[in-house]
Design a protein around this ligand. Structure first.
Ligand SMILES: Cc1cc2nc3c(=O)[nH]c(=O)nc-3n(C[C@H](O)[C@H](O)[C@H](O)COP(=O)(O)OP(=O)(O)OC[C@H]3O[C@@H](n4cnc5c(N)ncnc54)[C@H](O)[C@@H]3O)c2cc1C
Length: 316
């Protein structure tokens, strides 16, 4: 039996890539450095054993797309649910209006549970940090028929020699973010808040009502910072918490101190500008994820991973 294609990265792009390979009759193994699948669709268990989404806030699916079918399957099985199409919009001084857009989907079990569902039939090996990928291709010195790097460009670049990285990835900037989880004793914001896009603020970009999106009404908000605030605190994210909680209080007018807080650093949260091409592939070394199939979001990552998997099937 031929060796399986190696997919590095167990986020939604890597898992989608492995599934597309398997559907095409090509074996695949996914290696991920983390304990569990999900990548930036990250859900962490916190106070009282409750899960909080600390990466992606929600997902969207373009009308009529293949991904919309995947999301529909999750909704049918109760793994995902339509959350809202309406959010508040705030300036630095507070909430100004609402805005309506596409339906945003959330997951009662946390967004990570959706990647875990996709990965159910996939051979995912956790706590496996890959050090280098070289032309051949080889993965940490072992020959493989092909390899897919399913991760942010700067993480993929670390694995490659400079010439291959330049050919495959070019040079693109990725932006950081901090996700600050702010827990309260009780809810003191409007029930129909859902989430808030914050404009023209030095600290905040977005606040999500985690209890609302997850459907249990827990008094938990998750605030995402601006890239600038994150960049200034990458070495010590905890130091950003007071500024973030003060900004949440200012924007929502709460007047209540949080009961607990925690912060997660995303050094490579999103590409400053994603590519329109669905994936990269040079001499058996592929790249996929939300840096491709723009605009950058969960749907793009799934689409990119699936497209790369199918291309590797065609390449034999
Ligand atoms: C704060 C934040 C908010 C977001 N909000 C939204 C949103 O509301 N809606 C939306 O659609 N999208 C959102 N996104 C983007 C969304 O999370 C991503 O588009 C999507 O999850 C990317 O999936 P991926 O598989 O391409 O990459 P990732 O999920 O980053 O997966 C990469 C994987 O590679 C692994 N890895 C990296 N290096 C190695 C190595 N050397 N060896 C082994 N494994 C390795 C990592 O552990 C990780 O699991 C947000 C992202 C962030 C960070």
């Amino acid at each position: 039996m031929p060796s399986p294609v190696t997919v590095i990265g167990g986020g939604i792009a890597g898992v989608a890539c492995a599934r597309a390979l398997a559907t095409g009759g090509v074996g695949a193994v996914v290696l991920d450095r983390a304990l569990r699948p999900g990548g930036r669709m990250a859900s962490r268990t916190m106070r009282g054993g409750r899960v909080v989404d600390i990466g992606a806030s929600y997902l969207t699916a373009s009308d009529g797309s293949e991904f919309a079918g995947v999301v529909g399957g999750w909704v049918d099985r109760g793994l995902a649910r339509p959350w809202t199409d309406t959010f508040a919009v705030a300036g630095a001084g507070g909430i100004e209006r609402t805005t309506t857009g596409p339906v945003r989907y959330a997951a009662p079990g946390g967004l990570r549970s959706l990647v875990a569902d996709l990965a159910a039939d996939v051979d995912v090996r956790h706590e496996r940090t890959v050090e280098h990928v070289r032309p051949g291709p080889t993965v940490d010195g072992e020959e493989v028929p092909a390899v897919a790097l399913a991760m942010p460009d700067p993480q993929a670049r670390r694995l490659l020699d400079a010439a291959t990285a330049d050919r495959l990835l070019g040079d693109r900037t990725w932006e950081p973010a901090l996700a600050v989880v702010v827990g309260f004793e009780r809810r003191s914001w409007p029930a129909d808040l859902h989430g808030v896009f914050v404009h023209d603020d030095d600290v905040l970009a977005w606040i999500a009502d985690d209890g609302d999106r997850r459907g249990d009404g827990a008094p938990v908000l998750v605030a995402h910072t601006t890239p600038e605030l994150a960049r200034a605190h990458l070495a010590d994210p905890d130091a950003a918490i007071p500024a973030v909680t003060a900004a949440v209080d200012r924007v929502l007018g709460l007047g209540t101190a949080p009961a607990w807080t925690t912060v997660h650093r995303w050094t490579f949260a999103r590409p400053a500008e994603a590519r329109p091409e669905p994936f990269g592939l040079v001499d058996g070394i592929g790249a996929c994820g939300d840096g491709w199939a723009a605009p950058s979001r969960v749907e793009a990552a799934w689409t990119s991973g699936t497209a790369l998997g199918r291309a590797l099937v065609r390449a034999g």
